[in-house]
Design a binder for this molecule. Structure first.
Ligand code: NAD
Length: 308
């Protein structure tokens, strides 16, 4: 394959991400984890599914970063997932230490890579990855908005009884309880969603999307979601690898856009071979503006907690 894509962390999100990348033949995959034997075993198992699934991507597993050298894209999923009752912010310090180790390797071995951060708390880990790698902000982003939007779209499709493919939507803000699903920009094949659902139903769906991660953590009891998260990362990887220039919500560096400065917050971004090639600013209602500012304030507070 032309592209080399490294996935750091061979846990639930990392391994399903590697599998989806290989199955879509987006590139050769290097899977890295500190747990001995796990990335090697999972990578070999995936490679052996190639003849059945019909993909030629190579997948290898490692405990060091030698094979990652020169990667085009690095997806960072290394970290500890949330346990029931645990907020994303509880993970802050544990995952920040992991991020420091991972980013030192990425900076040294993959100096031209586009980095997609998945580890939580997402907006802060993305900021940290940007600081630690020293990469241009365009080449560092976080995955959250595609997932939050996917959850919102799935619930809307169910309530309206239409195909998920026909729901267009955008979720802004930090990846947390303060995310901002934009009802005004939600359509069903271009038709405003309010033609299909009343305000009370829409509010319930918006709230369920906000609580989407916690709903799954509560059911699983150990660990958090990974099928939809890995699908969401791979949609971003695909847009970059194929230079599709899709407009996807992702945590991107803001330098004044939406009135927010020096922070990674979820906004509509154009993803191409250069990474975040543009940030799209859309007019917001006063209520959505206030929610976005509130969401950004939570991110800022966590950045300060880490002393960044
Ligand atoms: P997991 O526990 O299954 O996997 C994490 C893996 O990271 C483990 O295999 C662990 O050995 C590995 N790891 C730990 N330290 C490492 C290091 N220094 N170098 C390399 N690997 C290391 O967890 P998961 O369910 O795959 O979740 C991974 C992360 O993604 C968590 O932080 C979780 O909260 C986050 N997550 C984010 C989103 C999102 O929307 N952004 C969605 C789901 C999960």
């Amino acid at each position: 394959m032309d592209k080399k894509i490294t996935v750091v962390g061979a846990g639930f999100v990392g391994s399903t991400t590697a599998q989806r990348i290989a199955e879509k033949e987006l590139g050769d995959v290097v899977l890295i984890d500190v747990a001995e034997g796990i990335p090697q075993g999972k990578a070999l198992d995936m490679l052996e599914s190639g003849p059945v699934e019909g993909f030629d991507s190579k997948i290898t597993g490692h405990n060091d970063y030698v094979a990652a050298a020169g990667s085009d894209i690095v997806v960072i999923t290394a970290g500890v997932p949330r346990k029931p009752g645990m907020s994303r912010e509880d993970l802050l310090n544990i995952n920040a230490d992991i991020m420091k180790k991972v980013c030192a390797e990425v900076k040294a071995r993959c100096p031209n890579a586009v980095v997609i951060v998945v580890s939580n708390p997402l907006d802060i880990m993305t900021y940290l990855a940007w600081k630690l790698t020293g990469f241009p902000a365009q080449r560092v982003m976080g995955m959250a908005g595609v997932l939050d939007t996917a959850r919102y779209r799935a619930f809307l499709a169910e309530a309206i009884d239409v195909s998920v493919e026909d729901i267009q939507a955008m979720v802004l803000g930090g990846h947390g309880d303060d995310m901002v699903p934009l009802v005004d920009y939600t359509t069903v094949s271009g038709i405003p969603v309010r033609q299909f659902l009343d305000e009370a139903t829409l509010s319930k769906i918006v709230q369920r999307a906000r609580d989407g991660g916690a709903e799954i953590v509560k059911l699983l009891k150990t660990g958090s979601a990974y099928y939809a998260p890995s699908s969401s990362v791979v949609q971003m990887v695909e847009s970059i690898v194929k230079n599709k220039k899709r407009i996807l919500p992702c945590a991107a560096y803001l330098n004044g856009q939406y009135g927010i400065k020096d922070m990674f917050v979820g906004v509509p971004a154009k993803l191409g071979s250069q990474g975040v090639e543009a940030i799209i600013e859309v007019p917001l209602t006063d209520a959505d503006k206030a929610l976005l500012q509130k969401s950004a304030a939570v991110v800022k507070d966590n950045i300060q907690k880490l002393g960044l």
